[in-house]
Design a protein. Structure first.
Length: 162
């Protein structure tokens, strides 16, 4: 984990603000998340959370106990959608950095939910090198292995079932 400073911080802020803007496409009543994949200083993929071909009139997450069978939610995660967008555009995600944020008004933030076991597996397998999240007025970069480990530590600690 590295707290980004100076030029890296400004760059992270720019990409996280772009991710927040993309989160404006979200129709999910529970979470508003945006993500961008960046490689060599260029955005190669964008994503937001939301259902694929179903509506969220009744949120499945509201009907389930916390953490149990959350994969039944119709929503695709912003991180997944950014990776799919990258591949559809013909870009190679290997070595890219993922910037992901929850957005509320003008505020950028992350929560423990930002450490998703499901997404961390996909990101690691695709060759993404790091994940950048805003946390308490800082921007923190996690090498993908550390992000993966933290995601699974949370998963095990909270006894999520898949």
């Amino acid at each position: 984990m590295e707290i980004l400073e100076s030029k890296e911080r400004e760059s992270a802020k720019k990409y996280l603000e772009k991710a927040a803007g993309i989160s404006g496409k979200v129709i999910c009543p529970v979470r508003r998340i945006g993500a961008v994949l960046v490689k060599d200083g260029k955005v190669i993929g964008e994503g937001y959370n939301g259902p694929l071909q179903h509506s969220c009139e009744t949120c499945l997450l509201d009907m389930l106990e916390k953490g149990v069978k959350t994969e039944l939610c119709f929503a695709m995660h912003a991180e997944e959608r950014a990776l799919v967008d990258t591949l559809e555009k013909g870009h190679d995600p290997k070595g890219a950095t993922l910037y992901s944020t929850y957005a509320k008004g003008d505020k950028l933030y992350s929560t423990e939910d930002s450490f998703c076991a499901h997404c961390s597996r996909i990101l690691m397998e695709s060759g993404i090198s790091e994940v950048v999240l805003p946390q308490e007025n800082k921007f923190i970069s996690y090498p993908i292995q550390e992000f993966y480990d933290l995601s699974f530590d949370k998963f095990v600690k909270e006894k999520y079932l898949m």
